[in-house]
Design a protein. Structure first.
Length: 294
C-alpha cells in the first residue's frame, strides 16, 4: 500500500495556531453545552434496565435476534450469545407488557423460547458504574501527566494532557449530538483512543525535545513547525492504516460493533489533529509568554 511522504513538505502549522485553538475551544465549549443540556444516551450498564437470558428451542444467531428486537422497538439492546441456543439480552426497562410482547415475538420468529433468568439492573448500580468509569479515565489522565512530566518536562506533560482532555470531551460531545449509546465498551474505546492520541503526541513532542538545542537559532515557532513536519509522514501513515480496519468495522460490523467503531473513528481523527496542533500550539503559546531554557 502506498504511504504518504511528507519529507519534502514544509507546512507552517504554527502560523494558524490561534485560529485552530479558537476553533478547538469552540468545539469543546459546544460539546460541554451539549453534555449539560442534552446529556448522553447511557446504556443499561449505566442507566439501569433488564438483563434477560433466553433459551431457544432451535439454533439462532445474534443478527436475526437483533432484527426481531428492532421490530419491538429495542434496536439499542445489547445482545450476547453464549452458544447457538442461549442468548443474553440487556435493554432499558420498557414495562412488563412490552417484555411479554418481545418474548412472544421471539418465540414466533425463532421456533419457541423460554426464560432462563431475569435480572434487574437498578439505577444505583448504574451510578456506581459511571463513577468507576470516571475514576478510571481520571486516573489514566493523571498517570499520563506524571509520566510526561518525568519523561519530558512539566510543560510538555500539561500540553499533552490538555490535548487528551480535548479529544475526550469532543468524543463525548459527538455522542451526545448523535444520540449514540454510551456503554462500558465506549469507556474501553475512549481509553484506547487516549493511548493512541498520547502516542502520536509523544512522537511530536519528543522530536521537539530533540530539536530544542536549536531554539536560539530558529525560535520556538520555526522549531515546532520543523519538528511537526519531520514527524508528519509517520503521523499520517499511522492514522490512515489504522482507519482502514475501523472503517470496515463501522460499515460491516453490525450495530454493536459499529457503535464501538464510531468511537474509534472520531477518536482517531480528533486525536491525529490534536497531536499535530493542540499540544504543540499550547507549548508555543506558553513559551512565548514565559520562555524557559528546556
Amino acid at each position: 500500500m502506498a504511504t504518504f511522504d511528507a519529507s519534502k513538505i514544509k507546512l507552517p502549522f504554527m502560523k494558524y495556531r490561534i485560529v485552530v485553538l479558537c476553533i478547538s475551544s469552540a468545539a469543546v465549549i459546544l460539546s460541554l453545552a451539549l453534555l449539560l443540556t442534552k446529556g448522553v444516551n447511557f446504556s443499561v450498564d449505566f442507566a439501569g434496565g433488564v438483563a434477560i437470558q433466553l433459551r431457544f428451542e432451535n439454533p439462532t444467531d445474534v443478527g436475526s435476534i437483533r432484527e426481531t428486537l428492532s421490530e419491538s422497538g429495542l434496536s439499542q439492546a445489547t445482545i450476547q450469545a453464549y452458544d447457538d441456543s442461549n442468548i443474553l439480552i440487556r435493554y432499558q426497562d420498557t414495562g412488563d407488557e412490552n417484555q411479554k410482547e418481545m418474548i412472544q415475538l421471539l418465540g414466533e420468529r425463532h421456533g419457541g423460547v423460554e426464560i432462563s433468568q431475569i435480572d434487574n439492573v437498578g439505577p444505583i448500580v448504574g451510578r456506581e458504574l459511571r463513577k468507576q468509569a470516571f475514576i478510571a479515565v481520571s486516573l489514566s489522565i493523571a498517570g499520563i501527566l506524571l509520566y510526561m512530566a518525568f519523561r519530558f518536562s512539566f510543560r510538555f506533560g500539561v500540553a499533552a494532557v490538555i490535548a487528551l482532555v480535548h479529544d475526550s470531551v469532543i468524543m463525548l460531545g459527538v455522542y451526545s449530538l448523535t444520540g449514540r449509546e454510551i456503554s462500558t465498551s465506549f469507556i474501553a474505546a475512549i481509553l484506547t483512543v487516549i493511548g493512541y492520541s498520547l502516542n502520536d503526541s509523544i512522537v511530536v513532542l519528543d522530536r521537539i525535545r530533540e530539536n530544542w538545542n536549536q531554539i536560539r537559532s530558529k525560535g520556538i515557532i520555526d522549531l515546532v513547525d520543523s519538528s511537526i513536519n519531520q514527524t508528519l509522514s509517520r503521523t499520517i501513515n499511522t492514522s490512515l492504516t489504522t482507519l482502514l480496519p475501523v472503517f470496515a468495522m463501522f460499515f460491516l460490523g453490525g450495530e454493536v460493533i459499529s457503535n464501538l467503531a464510531f468511537a474509534f473513528l472520531i477518536g482517531i481523527v480528533v486525536g491525529t489533529y490534536s497531536s499535530i496542533y493542540i499540544a504543540s500550539s499550547i507549548l508555543v503559546e506558553w513559551y512565548l509568554r514565559k520562555p524557559v531554557k528546556n
